[in-house]
Design a protein around this ligand. Structure first.
Ligand code: SF4
Length: 324
């Protein structure tokens, strides 16, 4: 075990834990943002640089600080390490720079982007970005591409985090897309005229931190904050069948995977659940999905937080709706 102090809070974690995961164990403001790291996928992290932190003391044995800021998603803690995240002006300054770089080519089309309200880059820009751009050149432009019948690629919005590539590599049996070219001509694309057709390919939509990969069955149907997210499940032979239904009245506008407190998918869901089960009767609705109060989606969203106490002894919470 190793003791590490992050922004003044000490925690003991198993050897080999990364600084980012140690911070996630503490939770709250000390957790550095991460646009590319995804704990449920292998070989992620190290691309976006948003999780940079300062190591003010390397370890108990060697207390020298690390000479440069380090990426917390791939730097392991040492016993006695002291880390600064939001308490370091240097880190905040560097993060502002990273956000500025990420936004160099990213269009500010949030008013028409389906990801608005749940976009990690939008949150990052709000917390760490500048109010104006200093970039004088024109942004990269790409045509929108249909990759398969259900997924739309807006390459202009892509920040090349590689998460979707890892989903394709690790969840599907044949990867047909990846990052083509390098430098400022790098782009996500399929190998000539291929389409992404696989039972689990829809998960690329949920892991994409921005609105580059969107669900064609949901495009322009509603702003996410007008929809009511509900936890629901169904019997599915391909996946756990546990999902979130984004509802408006009795209509299911979108089905997505459930996410944990780090905004990562809990269990990847299949395309049948995601794209084909769009009727309320297809699902057993459990309860309103937990939404962080910081999220714009939490407006007018009420949750059953504790079991109701009725008479003697507590009763299990009743599902608000049950379509069975
Ligand atoms: S399309 Fe989305 S998930 Fe894929 S690399 Fe670009 S930003 Fe990342």
């Amino acid at each position: 075990m190793a003791k590490v102090t992050i922004d003044g809070i000490e925690i003991e974690v198993p050897d080999g834990t990364t600084i980012l995961n140690a911070a996630r164990m503490i939770g709250g403001k000390v957790v550095p943002p991460a646009m590319c790291y995804y704990s449920k996928l292998k070989k992620t992290g190290g691309y976006c640089r948003t999780c940079l932190v300062k190591v003010a003391q390397g370890s108990a044995k060697d207390p020298r600080p690390m000479p440069k800021l380090v990426v917390s998603c791939s730097t392991a803690v040492q016993d006695g390490m002291v880390v600064q995240n939001i308490t370091s002006p240097e880190v905040l300054e560097a993060r502002r720079g990273v956000v500025e770089f990420l936004l160099i080519n990213h269009p500010l089309d949030c008013p028409i982007c389906d990801q608005a309200g749940e976009c990690k880059l939008q949150d990052l820009g709000y917390e760490h970005g500048l109010e104006k751009t200093r970039y004088e050149f024109s942004r990269r432009k790409f045509q929108m591409i249909d990759i398969g019948g259900k997924i739309k690629l807006h390459m202009t919005r892509c920040i090349l985090c590689y998460r979707c590539v890892r989903v394709a590599e690790q969840l599907t049996d044949k990867r047909v897309h990846g990052v083509m070219n390098r430098g400022d001509v790098a782009e996500i694309s399929t190998y000539i005229n291929n389409i992404i057709e696989n039972d689990f390919s829809g998960n690329v939509i949920d892991v994409c931190p921005v609105g580059a990969l969107t669900d064609k069955t949901f495009r322009f149907k509603s702003r996410v904050w007008f929809a009511k997210p509900m936890d629901a499940h169904r019997d599915c032979k391909k996946c756990s069948g546990k999902a979130v239904l984004w509802m408006k009245g009795d209509d299911v506008l979108r089905v997505s995977a459930r996410k944990d407190k780090n905004e990562e998918i809990e269990e990847f869901i299949c395309n049948e659940c995601r794209f084909e089960k769009k009727k309320k009767e297809d699902w057993v609705i459990e309860k309103p999905t937990h939404i962080s109060r910081q999220s714009v989606i939490s407006q007018n969203h009420y949750e059953v937080s504790k079991p109701l106490k009725l008479g003697t002894g507590s009763q299990p919470p009743k599902p608000l709706l049950n379509t069975e």
